[in-house]
Write a protein that binds this ligand. Structure first.
Ligand code: SF4
Ligand code: SF4
Length: 153
């Protein structure tokens, strides 16, 4: 059986996201960290983004986010069963030194913050990013998918 990988803890300061909860926590079940520009791998934190960001605009927007809500985590936090309120992270930014095979992240904690007033996910950053100065494999895959008109993630 494959060893279970511990997800990094997510600390997020973007309090106008539907998934944000007080205490700089993220209540989403899963989040995707991508490069701002498809096919162009990040060399600094400002070029990364949390694709799962969704601006809180009203009740309908909040209900729309319910399918990506970590309900089990909420319940377990509530009854004190341990730290479960943490999203699963998929990160394609393989130019980061914390990136691992299968689009995993091996940082202990990742910090998500905004670089300007956030109403678009492009304005979010993974501030924990550190450039590994290595060529990117994901960049090629993204470019091929884009050329075929497919969506990357
Ligand atoms: S911006 Fe991303 S990490 Fe922050 S609360 Fe929203 S989904 Fe979670
Ligand atoms: S620290 Fe690096 S590998 Fe981890 S989520 Fe952020 S950009 Fe991706």
């Amino acid at each position: 059986m494959p060893e279970e990988i511990q997800m990094p803890k997510v600390k997020c300061d973007i309090n106008n996201c539907t998934h944000w909860i007080p205490g700089s926590r993220c209540g989403a079940a899963s989040i995707d960290i991508l490069n701002e520009e498809v096919g162009k791998m990040s060399q600094k934190a400002e070029q990364t983004k949390c694709k799962t960001f969704s601006e809180r605009r009203g009740l309908s927007n909040l209900i729309g986010s319910a399918d990506n809500m970590n309900w089990v985590g909420f319940a377990e936090e509530f009854v004190g069963a341990g730290r479960k309120l943490n999203p699963k992270i998929t990160c394609v930014v393989d130019t980061c030194k914390y990136w691992q095979d299968n689009n995993l992240c091996n940082a202990e904690t990742i910090e998500i913050s905004e670089k300007s007033d956030v109403s678009e996910y492009q304005a979010t950053n993974c501030n924990t990013f550190e450039y590994n100065e290595k060529p990117s494999n994901n960049e090629k895959i993204q470019q091929q998918q884009r050329d075929k008109g497919e969506q990357f993630h």
